[in-house]
Write a protein that binds this ligand. Structure first.
Ligand code: OOB
Length: 563
């Protein structure tokens, strides 16, 4: 029988498993698959194959530099070999096709080794951020039914091995904890690699699930975003072309490597795709980063707006030689026009705005855009096949140039979250458009301007979460009757979090610090701890008797703040 190895099984077949599109999340219908292949967007590449090819073409080029605490480098050949040996070690421990592995590593070379090793055995990385704590990690591990969890030993004074022990006790499926550094009671990652088996490992297919990214979240905890090799690699190729990434690019990974922006816009994966050099930045402060830009002759990097502000001010004073820097991408949250205007003169490089989302769609301003477009818009989509609709509350297209809800569909935008059918029914239209929750307007040149947000989310300088997640934490406090979290404008972060709290009648009086500590003690990422807390007697209501967040936000604007 003749079987086309690249044909996409659209319905789960008898042999379908966790990697098969359509099994755990909706996938692209056949006509779209055909269209995206015919257009040359999906070329049948995989991450494992990509690294192998680069290693064959230019084995001795440096792929990765990890500067701290002592400078280490990996050539493409070394990275490829390391991935093979680690993959063999994972395989001998029974980790293989479709197994989920939560990876929580900072910006270190091992991050890249681990994910390529997982790709090689068809295991699925679930990308956690270093800031996540037991609440988030337990959820990621148990929801994804992870078999393994990879951590550093200690980071910024926090012991991830202890966290792993707690998570292990709470997660029935978790069999392995691998530690970069001193393993404690767990397994050292350094002890895992072994010689590759004589039979090559069976690698995943291009149309299959490659990894699970985290969503910013609009209800409760983050949803998992299923990305395939084909769709993600297309976004890398598109990003590389727009940003001018090639084998001479030296990309500095400043934001957490697990985040979609530094991973693929064009990020460390885009740079590796092009055969360039990725330099891991251990901390995002200008002292650390500028020294690396100078020493490693960095050409490109990406920042969230608050960091871009800090770097701009530092560069206006600093004497470091930043002349190698050609392009700085800024995105993840709205970048103010005034701040954008200062960047190029201060840093002596080009600015590119990027408005993207882990669910897919990424917009960039272009290198040949006029300077006004670069400072006043958030760019236009990567692909001619990115479909954009801007609609009103009834899903009707608004007149051209007016502000509305951004809906999108395309060759690298998911058709549904992983194992979340109810959420999918709300977040996607019946014809497969993703409801981004962003309010945008389009200029005659097709550039988008982000005007605001309709989704209930807090975007604290690029770090997002659902207010509901922290509201639920605070509702468990014995003195709290009700709570509502809103974003309030902040000059530096763009937004900060304000928790409005109604105390129970007769409850012991409590303090702002106590409320913050209560959230912290629950074990959540620090960026989710409310910046401000205000005690009130009631919340404004909407017409249908729900808490009016809009009312709360305007109340916060009108009154003085309590810290
Ligand atoms: C990036 O991805 P996520 O998934 O962390 O967040 C996506 C959301 C967008 O829906 C939007 O609300 C906001 O973040 N956002 C922006 C923005 N870039 C992202 N809002 C205003 N202006 C911008 N430039 O944040 C992300 C993924 C890939 C590339 C860049 C950013």
């Amino acid at each position: 029988m003749n079987v086309d190895p690249t044909s996409v099984p659209l319905l789960p077949s008898a042999s379908a498993d966790a990697l098969t599109p359509g099994v755990d999340a909706p996938t692209w219908p056949a006509e779209f698959v055909e269209r995206y292949r015919a257009a040359g967007h999906w070329r049948g590449e995989t991450f494992g194959g990509m690294l192998r090819e680069r290693a064959a073409t230019h084995p001795d080029r440096v792929a990765v530099v990890d500067p701290a605490p002592r400078r280490r480098t990996w050539t493409y050949r070394q990275l490829n070999d390391a991935a093979d040996r680690l993959a063999a070690g994972f395989a001998t421990r029974g980790i293989g096709r479709g197994d989920r592995v939560v990876v929580q590593l900072p910006n270190i070379g091992e991050f890249i080794e681990v994910v390529f090793a997982l790709f090689r055995v068809g295991a699925v990385p679930v990308y956690a951020l270093p800031a996540h704590r037991e609440t988030e990690i337990t959820h990621f591990c148990s929801f994804s039914e992870a078999v393994a969890y990879v951590v550093p030993d200690r980071l910024d004074g926090f012991d991830h091995r202890d966290l792993a022990t707690v998570v292990g006790q709470r997660t029935a499926t978790l069999k392995h904890v691998f530690v970069v550094g001193e393993p404690g009671e767990h397994t050292a990652l350094a002890d895992v690699p072994c010689p590759p088996p004589s039979q090559p490992l069976v690698e995943p297919q291009p149309h299959e699930l490659a990894f699970l990214q985290l969503s910013g979240g609009t209800t409760g905890v983050s949803k998992l975003i299923p990305r395939t090799h084909d769709d993600y690699i297309y976004s890398l190729r598109g990003s590389n072309e727009i940003c001018g990434v090639d084998a001479d690019t030296r990309f500095l990974v400043v934001l957490p490597a697990a985040h979609n922006f530094p991973m693929s816009s064009p990020g460390w994966l885009g740079t590796l795709y092009a055969g360039g050099t990725v330099v891991m930045c251990p901390r995002p402060d200008p002292d650390t980063a500028f020294a690396l830009i100078e020493r490693e002759r960095i050409t490109m990097t990406g920042l969230v707006p608050p960091l871009a502000l800090v770097w701009t001010s530092a560069a206006e004073r600093d004497g470091r030689d930043l002349s190698s820097l050609e392009l700085l991408l800024v995105g993840g949250a709205k970048y103010s026009e005034q701040a954008a205007r200062r960047l190029e003169p201060a840093l002596g490089c080009r600015l590119m705005q990027v408005f993207g989302m882990a669910e897919g769609l990424v917009n960039y301003t272009r290198l040949d855009d006029d300077p006004e477009t670069v400072v006043t818009t958030q760019g236009r989509p990567i692909s001619p096949d990115d479909e954009i609709r801007i609609v009103d509350d009834a899903d009707q297209d608004v007149p051209e140039g007016e502000c509305g809800h951004l809906l999108t569909r395309g060759p690298y935008t998911i058709r549904g979250y992983w194992r979340a059918p109810e959420h999918n029914a709300r977040s996607f239209t019946t014809d497969g458009f993703y409801r981004t929750g962003d309010l945008v307007r389009r200029t005659p040149t097709g550039h988008l301007i982000v005007e605001g947000r309709a989704k209930d989310q807090i975007n604290r300088g690029g770090e997002k979460f659902a207010p509901e997640e922290i509201e639920n934490v605070l509702l468990a406090h014995p003195s709290v009757h009700d709570v509502s979290l809103v974003a309030v404008p902040d000059e530096f972060l763009g937004e900060r979090t304000l928790a409005y709290v109604i105390l129970r009648e007769g409850a012991e009086p409590t303090t702002v610090t106590h409320i913050k500590n209560f959230v912290r003690a629950h074990g959540v990422a620090a960026y989710k701890i409310p910046d401000l807390v205000r005690f009130v007697d009631s919340f404004p209501q909407t017409g249908v008797g729900k808490v009016s967040k809009k009312g709360l936000r305007s109340a916060s604007a009108a009154s003085a703040e309590q810290h």
